[in-house]
Ligand binder design. Sequence first.
Ligand code: HEC
Ligand code: HEC
Length: 334
Amino acid sequence: MRKPLRACLLAAGVAVAGLGCVTVSQGGAGYARSSALPAPPDPADNPTTPEKAALGKQLFFDPRLSGDGSMACQGCHYRHLGWTDGLPLSRKVGGGMNTRHTPSVYNTGYYTSWYWDGRAKTLEGQITAAWKAQIGADPVKAAAVIAAVPGYQAGFQKVFGAAPDADNIPKALAAFLRTLNSGEAPWDRHVAGDTTAVSADAVAGHELFVGKAGCAACHTPPLYSDTLFHNVGLEAGKTNPDPGRQAVTKDAKDLSAFKTPSLRSVGIAGPYFHDGSVGSLEGAVRYMASGGKADANKSGLLIDRKLSEKEIGQLVAFLNTLTSDERFTAPILP
Ligand code: HEC
Ligand code: HEC
């Protein structure tokens, strides 16, 4: 599946944008689908290969990666919930609560910084941090547990020419995450010319999204994220506001600004926002379209768009057509 995507990337001569680049992946007999997203760029020291991504897929689902053997990465990032966990806030291994909502790991390879505040500069670095903080592992000890599994021993020898360790395990996980791209949504089929893919309401919702409702200014297609940080007013009035991006840049203009999430597959990924404060997609759309809470540092791009009930419904209908239904099979653990 990687080969056609890569060919497309080279043909397009671009890394991230890949606009207008439609690629075909072949599945089983009679199955041919288009992906509106080309493969994301790889770092020079960690090229993605199918074998490496397959190893990472096993590791992502394997609780033996955690400090106490109780929780896998997917314990908070479930595929059927758009690679989120359906909870406002989640509990880490060891019992501590996260202070921010679990984001999707769909399309994470397209970002240029990770976490809601962008504090991780590489995906591999972010994964090492999650390995320690979320699933309570000492990477060296957890790598030894993985290295004792014959199937992993063989797989790592083949892919890295080395035993599993604290450096190559995050690399394999990153390679897997770079394959989780949700570019096979009804809206993508509509754009590719399938006149039966979406409803008239969804088409009207798209018009609003790129027009009067002003959403595309930040949720830029095809990722539906500008990968930048904005304050949308969600911390206004809280006793201990989350500083967001400001904690990273130390710049006052970044106070309570958070990374624009991709809206691909957003329909199955509630609850919403960095604090998980809104349960329904309609509620989230209503919040954004009404300009959000007043906050001195709020983005000027977020204003009350004075939409009717019907228009809110149309925006929701459009966003629901961004839910990708690409094929996925859970791995068999070694
Ligand atoms: C206990 C729940 C939990 C587990 C288990 C978990 N995560 Fe996460 N993950 C989160 C939360 C919460 C965040 C956001 C934290 C923040 O932004 O401060 C996150 C963020 C991420 C991101 C960043 C996404 C983005 O757009 O910036 C990636 C990638 C990720 N996790 C991968 C992993 C991997 C790989 C593992 C296993 C090593 C893992 N996660 C295990 C809760 C979890
Ligand atoms: C100023 C840039 C900006 C504009 C304009 C904007 N958004 Fe957002 N959007 C964001 C950011 C940033 C977040 C994350 C905010 C947070 O959690 O603090 C977000 C979050 C969301 C979410 C929640 C996604 C999730 O996974 O939690 C939805 C849904 C959404 N926006 C829809 C819309 C719609 C619909 C519009 C147009 C009416 C819109 N946005 C306009 C920047 C913007």
